[in-house]
Design a protein around this ligand. Structure first.
Ligand code: AMP
Length: 181
């Protein structure tokens, strides 16, 4: 069974489309028999994805730091891994997963996306990375990535490393079309 890490907001956003999307993502894990690895919190979009996946019977692993656990850790996951540092957390999440799904979020989500795509660009892994563009949330990010290509800071080839779609079914189909997933 394959495992996908979800990187997403610790907030729910202020449009109902985001919470609805997070629920669809959790359901997709159940329907596709995928294991979920995520940041281990019971907050925001990440809480909705984890709760929905767990309720549907999916295996959910949370990787959380000691200090975050004390604030908002999810207490009834299939598996909980408590680490010391944020770097350790990102390393374990990456090692445990066969692909990475990025949903709307803030700085934390951007950090996770940028690190995992940078590692991919450097050839440190060959796992698919997909961005879910719910409610046009990442349209401006895609424009920025295109600007990086246009102005010579990013190659066309590396720009294409990012799968993108408005819908989770379409995005997972794209990602699962890749051999490693
Ligand atoms: P953001 O996209 O800025 O909301 O950040 C998502 C990231 O928030 C996660 O990956 C964590 O690093 C961090 N985070 C914030 N609060 C929590 C929490 N209660 N539980 C787990 N992770 C959290």
């Amino acid at each position: 069974m394959k495992t996908i890490a979800v990187y997403c907001g610790s907030k729910k956003g202020n449009h109902p489309a985001y919470a609805a999307m997070a629920k669809q993502v959790g359901e997709a894990f159940v329907q596709r028999n995928l294991k979920l690895v995520y940041g281990g919190g019971d907050v925001g979009l990440m809480g909705i994805v984890a709760h929905t996946a767990l309720t549907g019977g999916a295996h959910v692993t949370g990787v959380i730091t000691e200090f975050l656990k004390a604030i908002e850790g999810h207490y009834e996951l299939s598996e909980s891994i408590v680490v010391e540092t944020m770097h350790e957390r990102k390393t374990i999440m990456a090692e445990r997963s066969d692909g990475f799904l990025i949903l709307p979020g803030g700085y934390g989500t951007m950090d996770e996306f940028m690190e995992i795509i940078t590692w991919r660009q450097l050839g440190l892994h060959d796992k698919p990375i997909g961005i879910l563009n719910t409610n046009d949330y990442y349209t401006h990010l895609f424009m920025q990535l295109d600007k990086m290509v246009e102005d010579g800071f990013l190659s066309e080839q590396n720009r294409k490393l990012v799968f993108q779609a408005d819908d989770v079914v379409e995005l997972l189909d794209l990602m699962q079309g890749v051999e490693v997933l």
